[in-house]
Design a protein around this ligand. Sequence first.
Ligand code: ATP
Length: 409
Amino acid sequence: MMTSFILAHFSHKRLHKIASYNHFGVRGKPYKLPNLFLKTGKVLPLRKLSCQVFEITRDKPAVKVDELSKSFKIEKSRDSKQPSRVDSVKQVSFVARQGEVFGLLGPNASGKTTLLRCLATLIAPDSGTFEIFGVNGIKHPDIIRHMFGYVGQEEGFDKVLTGREHLKLFADLYHLSREESCHNIEAVIQMLNLEEFIDRLTGTYSGGIKRRLDLAIALLSRPPLLILDEPSVGLDVASRSIIWDVLKGYKENGGSVVLTSHYLEEVDILADQVLIIEKGRVIAQGRPRDLKESLGGDRVTIRIKEFTPFEESKAALDILLKSEWVHGGNINLSMGNAIELVVSSGDMVANGIQKVLRERGFQVFSYTQSKPSLGDVYLAATGRTLFEADIVGRDSRDPKRIKKERMTI
Ligand SMILES: Nc1ncnc2c1ncn2[C@@H]1O[C@H](COP(=O)(O)OP(=O)(O)OP(=O)(O)O)[C@@H](O)[C@H]1O
């Protein structure tokens, strides 16, 4: 059980390189820094060294972000009238509490990855600040790097190594002791159901297995925080459900998670807090349930036919908008021109609406009524669905250029 975490930062330069040290302890009990046994056989008497100790207690947020901004220069043709910079993240602030999953939800190109890359100290923000477990990430990037496991979107495996060889390599990079390394490697293999694949070359892995190995590596040093960029994007159902279960278990054991997603369902299931971001700006934040309840009313989806022509759905919508129960509505093109309505809550509404439609000569192929979803929160905040925003965002970016720039940082 992770109750408290201590990170000692050694002032001696040479030692700091080889002996950054992290340790899980029990709150309230004195912390003993045991001596560090190096691979060379030497022993570092840590108690004799001067070191700065950062203590992480329950009262500090896992992540606190204050007015963080990051913009990028855009390469464009000389006669282009587009601005020469893009504001990827604009004055974003939030607090992610310990022991919770904090979800950053937004369409393509909304700034989620840029924000996470700032937190993971891969890029420096232009302005603003952030803390991880109370330690300032701008002033002490080398300290906070020991506090989290990061899974980005880029694929970083060496095809000629097996999964197990990757885990061993990372265990060495984390300076895990031999005993800890053996124990933790077996634990993460089991946790992510990787037994069948772990001794095969990673070049033969499917996307889902690679993602699971990514998460296994991030969990290897048992960090108190995970920073995950779209952990289940494009995965098969089995891999997704394994990843979700691992994250739920990690949280139950006191771990904290900050993840990005553009899957409404993922954020709804996993996140205790959600921040909705669009064009680099925060447009809503809170507990998913509170955000949904704050909208009020019920949501209705009606299909007139299995595949309804747009004009027919539009004519039905115009009639329904005049009804006393209906407070707003639109036609969802991505759902075969289904009519989506915001209606008063209650059982009477369903009969009333269907009666109005039948009296005006419309059939009702299907009718569903539910409480507002996170998708409705997004729609209310931005005036468009996440699906529509995703398409616009996808068009506005140049993935090849971004990938190249990310690889050179
Ligand atoms: N290195 C870079 N150089 C130039 N522009 C960049 C760079 N990285 C990101 N951007 C731009 O910043 C904006 C936000 O991009 P970002 O990757 O953070 O969005 P995202 O929400 O993570 O998108 P996705 O869900 O597609 O990964 C986009 O307009 C993108 O084109």
